[in-house]
Design a protein. Structure first.
Length: 375
């Protein structure tokens, strides 16, 4: 009988209701997320370790809503007007345990690189999280019906100062519940060596360096037979308002043969076997050959090189930058140059990026006016 009689909830039952409310709020976290990223750079947030992201989002979407809901239930007449049975209490408690275990599993999975573990945990949400979520909704509906049908407490019967129901211990627990994530947030924002601290340190340096970014064409050329490559292909994509959406690096040269833009490509490798100083070995690959072969000296018309424009200290705060140059090997003249900088902390990019994309490959094709070779 005692399990089915709706009664005014105790503080532990109000806490159970508050945690259940927070579980529901996870699925309507859009406005909270929008407000959060209004003040916090999402690019910088993605650069912090995965486990720190998990803790931060748990505090934002789950911890804070639970504490705030509990305060509302205890400090206002809302809590005293609710009526629930012991069965309701047990149902919410079981659902909260399931949700908590699921969130802990997701957090632990996020610390494993590759994303496979997170996907595996998420795939079980339909049989773990969703049933718990619907159990909370169903139980809340029962509590609402009981509270409406059994309005046995008039407004004048409710204590005028509900806050007196909370003792020092209660306030201490609430204060601690707020303080822990706040301290964690302050550490993320201002701790030495954190992503946010690096982002603040790199921003003015990046802005200053960007003044020299861009492409320069010193001499117009129309095609080439071969190019000597002394660098890889750096690329940035989906650039919008100075922020890049993707970044890549790859081998530079092969695509020029596949697209028939060059007759041959050349590159060099350092040789540790040679003892007479810093020697290099040159290799060549023709469009008609499937394998590279060694040559004594390059016969390319142009060489593409890169100069690093950031020092080790600037690299430590997430900055990168290079000046790519195309040099005529016959006259030693700089034909064209491309200077770009990037900040991994803020996913910022500056340089000549037509149509929202930048790559060393595109710069070479554009500068040498390369077109498919037709016989």
């Amino acid at each position: 009988m005692g399990n089915s009689v709706p009664l005014q909830p105790t503080k532990s039952q109000l806490l159970n209701i508050a945690v259940s409310f927070a579980s529901l709020m996870i699925w309507v976290s859009g406005p909270t997320k929008l407000a959060f990223f209004t003040f916090v750079d999402p690019a910088v947030f993605r650069n912090i370790p995965a486990y720190q992201q998990g803790l931060g989002l748990t505090a934002l979407y789950y911890w804070f809503p639970a504490v705030l809901a509990y305060l509302v239930l205890v400090l206002t007449p809302v809590g005293s007007r609710l009526k629930l049975t012991k069965r309701n209490h047990r149902s919410l408690f079981i659902a909260n345990i399931v949700v908590a275990l699921y969130l802990i599993a997701k957090f632990l999975a996020s610390t494993i690189e590759g994303g496979g573990a997170s996907f595996a945990v998420a795939s079980y949400s339909i049989v773990i999280f969703y049933p718990a979520w619907f159990l909370i909704i169903f139980t809340f509906a029962l509590i609402a019906i009981s509270s409406i049908r059994l309005r046995s407490i008039d407004a004048e019967d409710i204590p005028p100062n509900i806050g007196c129901l909370m003792g020092r211990r209660d306030w201490g627990l609430v204060t601690t519940a707020f303080a822990i994530p706040v301290i964690f947030g302050i550490y993320l924002g201002y701790g030495d060596g954190t992503a946010f601290q690096k982002a603040r340190a790199s921003a003015p340096i990046f802005d200053e360096k960007c003044k020299s970014a861009g492409d320069e064409v010193h001499s117009v050329r129309n095609g080439a037979k071969g190019v000597l490559f002394r660098l890889g292909n750096s690329s940035f994509g989906y650039i919008k308002e100075g922020r890049y959406g993707s970044r890549g690096w790859g081998v530079l040269g092969e695509s020029f043969l596949h697209r028939k833009l060059l007759q041959f490509i050349e590159f060099q490798r350092n040789s540790r076997s040679l003892k007479n100083g810093e020697n290099v070995i040159f290799f060549r690959k023709d469009s008609s050959e499937s394998k590279e072969y060694r040559v004594e000296a390059p016969k390319s018309e142009y060489v593409v090189i890169a100069k690093d424009l950031v020092d080790d200290q600037e690299k430590s705060i997430g900055l990168s930058g290079r000046k790519v140059e195309i040099i005529d090997l016959r006259t030693h003249e700089v034909v064209a140059s491309s200077t770009y900088f990037a900040s991994t902390m803020q996913r910022r990019f500056c340089g000549f990026a037509p149509e929202g994309a930048y790559s060393v490959r595109a710069f070479i094709i554009r500068s040498l006016n390369l077109k498919p070779i037709t016989k």
